[in-house]
Design a protein around this ligand. Structure first.
Ligand SMILES: *Cc1c(COP(=O)(O)O)cnc(C)c1O
Length: 395
């Protein structure tokens, strides 16, 4: 038989995630109680109103035909109202919004829709894995932008060579960031928009964590910057904002020709999100716009405090992130990210992700996801503390 495995597969994704999954199986098989702070999947269900809307919709016989790839007009109109409500930005539901089967769907396909093989694109390192994988699928050359703590984990635009900027079709940004939990200022977005205009490249902004920010901080949309709609598109997902990760619903908004290209590609691939799920998505945004709505942020803010304060008592001081469900923790000296993740898991049962799973710039860090209840996070911090104390003794 011919080899039925494309060479793309080996260039996509990081082997580290499967390695961590293997460690976890091994530890669980030994009968150890595992606290999984690895994968960033929300552990809470959507609100009762959202589940009720979904329940009613699945009983509606008219929901079962093929939906349309771009999403129902009702869903896109609600997205437009939510963007106005949340960011003060007007969007045309017909031309500036496309519904997605999760942001992952849009992020995976966008490069194929807007580039040609041999083009280049700027992507963050560390970055969310689908960014680089989408370039592999499209045959696009990745140009990595190192994100380092001394720059607030923002790319230094002045360091991008003129020739690279001219060649790149688009630049991927993600603030608040997974895995870095870093946030961007409106000034940075303004500079990015100016840069995009100057070099005639598109900015693709992944805003998955706009509703998961703390201490009163409200993450901006890049489209709030004047003129941004001419050079940018933005992804938003209902997965994190409304605990709907399993429903697979998200959208991309912004520059109309990019929305159109993605719609055309997708119309050849899929027939869209189950209409009942779109109804539930509408309910989620409606509820969010209603007075007195309770955003998910508070839950994660308390969890963040429990974990960070617990780790500080254990002698590991990490700055408190302003957003996301992740803590990006610089590891103590003398370890690699993979070593400490592995040894910590085998001795304490706590799963974290080695930072280099997100790119080589992630070496020296681990990502800890706030996806367990406060008592479990407290317990995780104590076990990590005991592990670190024992490791200090040994060294
Ligand atoms: C979770 C996440 C998404 C959302 O993906 P969906 O496919 O919409 O569930 C997108 N981008 C980042 C950075 C994420 O962490």
């Amino acid at each position: 038989m011919k080899k039925l495995e494309s060479s793309r597969l080996s260039r996509m994704g990081s082997a580290i995630f499967s390695e961590v999954a293997e460690w976890k199986r091994e530890v669980a098989a030994r009968g150890m109680d595992v606290i999984d702070l690895g994968i960033g999947s929300p552990d809470r269900p959507p609100s009762p109103a959202v589940m009720r809307a979904l329940e009613e919709a699945v009983r509606d016989p008219s929901m079962y035909g093929y939906p349309s790839s771009e999403g129902s007009l009702a869903f896109r109109e609600t997205v437009a109202r939510w963007y106005k409500h949340r960011f003060g930005i007007g969007l045309d539901p017909e031309q500036e919004i496309v519904t997605l089967m999760g942001s992952q769907d849009g992020l995976a396909h966008l490069a194929m829709a807007i580039t040609n093989p041999g083009d280049a694109a700027l992507v963050p390192d560390p970055g969310y894995p689908i960014y680089a994988a989408s370039l592999v699928l499209a045959g696009v050359e990745p140009v990595l932008m190192p994100l380092r703590s001394e720059n607030g984990f923002l790319p230094v635009l002045a360091d991008i060579p003129e020739e690279t900027a001219r060649r790149a079709k688009f630049m991927l940004l993600n603030y608040p960031s997974n895995p870095l939990s870093a946030v961007a200022t409106p000034e940075f977005f303004r500079a990015a928009v100016d840069f995009a205009r100057k070099h005639e490249l598109l900015i693709v902004h992944d805003l998955a964590y706009s509703e998961m920010a703390f201490d009163g901080f409200r993450p901006p949309s890049i489209l709030e910057i004047e003129g941004a709609k001419e050079v940018a598109v933005e992804f938003h997902s209902l997965s994190k904002s409304f605990n709907m990760a399993g429903c697979r619903i998200a959208f991309m908004v912004g520059r109309p020709d990019v929305v159109r290209s993605l719609r055309i590609l997708k119309s050849n691939i899929d027939y869209g999100v189950f209409n009942a799920v779109q109804r539930a998505g509408i309910a989620a945004m409606e509820e969010d716009m209603a007075p007195g709505s309770v955003p998910v942020a508070g839950l994660y803010e308390r969890r963040r405090d429990v974990l960070i304060e617990g780790l500080r008592r254990a002698g590991w001081t990490i700055p408190k992130p302003k957003a996301t469900m992740f803590v990006w923790a610089r590891i103590p000296a003398g370890w690699t990210s993979r070593q400490i993740s592995r040894e910590m898991l085998f001795s304490s049962g706590v799963v974290v992700i080695p930072g280099d799973a997100f790119g080589s710039e992630g070496e020296g860090y681990v990502r800890i996801a706030l996806v367990q209840e406060e008592a479990r996070l407290q317990e995780a911090a104590e076990r990590i503390g005991a592990f670190l104390a024992a490791a200090r003794q040994l060294r």
